[in-house]
Ligand binder design. Structure first.
Ligand code: ADP
Length: 260
């Protein structure tokens, strides 16, 4: 198993953070990072102080989603890094520290060391929420992180495709194994509104997310459509929420559910 070291107890380390929320997915490419960023921004718009930790060591996408590629954090002292700031969020990612091509070839011990640093050597300050963009999947690293972080719960992102749903189910099982509450399920890329005829198309299948949620007795927090503005604004590192883009309402609603 991959060891994540904490020299002092996690509960002490994170005492200034009210809630740590893990954003997880069984499969990559389902929109986990996009959801994590927009949820963080939506929570902030609700008045919360929010941090965003990119724990996806092998595929960090937070720097690009926040338009912070090639930017680097400053050191607070010789042991601590200041988080990067964007759109009022405090954020940290391996992507700010090493070039992407380096991290992708790391073996487990290097990756866990890097994660340790992100977790333990960032001066997060006082936060209402630390949103953690987890690595996709349900392996050792995800399990160990879940055990070491005093998280309040996990949100699982899936698409309605059978393969993604099957992997989301594995995620639910993993969190159950370590007794971490599932706050809810978010179905992403749920449908597509045709620009020409206005018809709602369930491209990847209908009702998969709601059925999975019902089967496990967890809330379905949102059904987010496949939307060109989500992809385009995300690629530019823009803030969908602050722009008041219609489709961003889904994240705002989700943040209201989370904070209620
Ligand atoms: P993951 O973190 O699960 O690997 P990402 O958040 O990186 O997935 O998203 C994968 C791709 O899908 C990105 O190009 C992103 O812009 C796009 N994407 C995610 N959610 C949506 C959506 N609801 N509508 C359109 N594009 C989306």
């Amino acid at each position: 198993a991959i060891a994540i070291e904490t020299s002092i107890p996690a509960s002490y380390k994170f005492k200034e953070i009210k809630h740590i929320v893990l954003i997880a997915s069984g499969k990559g490419g389902v929109g986990k990072s996009t959801t994590a960023v927009n949820l963080a921004l939506a929570l902030e718009q609700e008045g919360a102080k929010v941090g965003l930790l990119d724990a996806d060591i092998y595929g960090p996408s937070i720097p690009s989603l926040l338009g912070l590629v090639d930017e680097q954090p400053t050191a607070k002292d010789d042991k601590t890094l200041n988080p990067m700031q964007k759109y009022g969020l405090n954020t940290m990612s391996i992507g700010y520290l090493v070039p992407a091509e380096n991290a992708t070839v790391w073996r487990g011990p290097m990756a866990s060391q890097a994660l340790n640093q992100l977790l333990n050597e960032t001066d997060w300050g006082e936060l209402d929420y630390l949103i953690v963009d987890m690595p996709p999947g349900t392996g050792d690293i995800q399990l160990t992180m879940t055990q070491k972080l005093p998280a309040s719960g996990a949100v699982i992102v899936t698409t309605p495709q059978d393969l993604a749903l099957a992997d989301a189910q594995k995620g639910i099982a993993m969190f159950a194994q370590v007794n971490l509450p599932i706050i809810g399920l978010i179905e992403n890329m749920s449908y597509f509104n045709c620009q020409h005829c206005g018809e709602k198309n369930a491209l990847f299948g209908a009702d998969g997310g709601s059925e999975l949620a019902a089967r496990h007795g967890v809330p379905l927090l949102a059904e987010i459509p496949l939307d060109i503005q989500i992809r385009e604004e995300s690629e530019k590192g823009e803030n969908l929420i602050a722009q008041g883009i219609k489709v961003a309402e889904h994240y705002v609603y989700c943040a209201q559910l989370l904070s209620s």
